[in-house]
Ligand binder design. Structure first.
Ligand SMILES: NC(=O)c1ccc[n+]([C@@H]2O[C@H](COP(=O)([O-])OP(=O)(O)OC[C@H]3O[C@@H](n4cnc5c(N)ncnc54)[C@H](O)[C@@H]3O)[C@@H](O)[C@H]2O)c1
Length: 297
């Protein structure tokens, strides 16, 4: 039979450990865009694990609300707001109201973005170019500008923009997305310079492949274009990653939380790749088949 201390020892031994919170964000108010699912949700979770009060802003209102309720159920601090980052006016209103309600806005993570229908630039329709640039680059500009107005006034704050390895090393058939993500890097570095005098830091994270809804669609399209099975495509990507595995959302979220925290106080204008060592995927397609009629006319 176990003694009283024996019972206590067994209880402590099997007690679930609290998840490690490498950053201290207590007292901070944060907005994460595109936080209803995928990487954004994990970023919001990681910031709230660090003690921040996090607003999950997403175009998908119901999903963002459910995600915020999930955080609260875990004892974390989360709320949600519906926001389309391509709506300049709405962005200004949401950011101003979060800052007014809390008295400050300390962290903004510009994560919302959309993938593109894979296509050669020579075939890319205007509408697809516009859709991808609007959500992925212009949305980051609107949110960055709104955050800058508030943070410049309060003379503090950290902005983390989510780019991609494609923003550094473009992949074929994703021209609009590559350009948008390269634009996010340039915007990051420009804003870092402009806001440095106010103590506001702006950094970018370039994630490698993480199997979210976004990447599921990319894998489907890439495997179709190569005429291979989707599982084989997933394995090819895994094998191309020097560290030998796909990323997990938390791999990205931890870097975002760290860059947003005082631990990164002397970092601004940095572009940090979190990709298991993968620098990019070029995926150059072969010449397309031409039919003879085309050649003779
Ligand atoms: N998953 C990856 O492998 C990967 C790699 C590199 C970069 N990224 C980038 O990370 C970010 C998140 O990607 P994810 O994989 O989690 O994608 P995801 O598609 O799972 O999630 C994107 C979220 O953004 C929201 N969103 C889309 N358009 C919006 C708009 N106009 N306004 C507000 N919210 C909007 C969506 O509703 C969704 O909740 C994106 O910017 C993406 O480009 C992802």
């Amino acid at each position: 039979m176990l003694s009283r201390f024996g019972h206590l020892f067994v209880r402590v031994l099997f007690m679930p450990l609290p998840s490690p919170t490498p950053v201290d964000l207590r007292g901070c108010t944060a907005i994460v865009t595109g936080a209803a699912q995928g990487l954004g949700l994990e970023m919001a979770t990681e910031l709230s694990r660090g003690g921040a009060k996090v607003v999950l802003a997403d175009i998908q209102a119901d999903k963002a609300r459910a995600a915020a309720e999930g955080l609260v159920a875990e004892g974390l601090d989360g709320s949600s707001v519906q926001l389309d980052v391509t709506d300049s006016h709405a962005v200004g209103e949401v950011f101003a109201s979060v800052a007014a309600e809390n008295g400050h806005l300390d962290i903004v993570v510009n994560n919302a973005g959309v993938g593109q229908q894979l296509d050669r630039v020579s075939d890319l329709p205007d509408g697809e170019w516009d859709r991808v640039l609007a959500a992925t680059l212009t949305g980051t500009f609107y949110c960055g500008r709104a955050a800058a107005a508030i943070m410049e006034r309060q003379e503090s704050g950290a902005i983390v923009n989510i780019s991609s390895i494609n923003g550094q090393n473009p992949a074929a058939l994703a021209g609009a997305y590559n350009v948008a993500k390269a634009g996010v890097i340039s915007l990051t570095r420009t804003m870092a310079l402009e806001l440095a005098a106010y103590g506001v830091r702006v950094n970018a994270v370039c994630p490698g492949p993480v199997y979210t809804d976004f990447n599921r669609s990319v894998m489907q399209q890439r495997s179709e274009s190569l005429g291979i099975d989707e599982q084989e495509m997933i394995e090819r990507v895994r094998a191309a990653v020097p560290l030998g595995r796909w990323g997990e959302p938390r791999d990205i979220a931890r870097m975002v939380a760290w860059l947003a925290s005082p631990a990164a106080d002397w970092m601004t204008g940095e572009v940090v790749r979190v990709s298991g060592g993968l620098e990019g995927v070029s995926a150059a397609p072969p010449k397309r088949a031409r039919n003879d009629d085309e050649e003779t006319t």
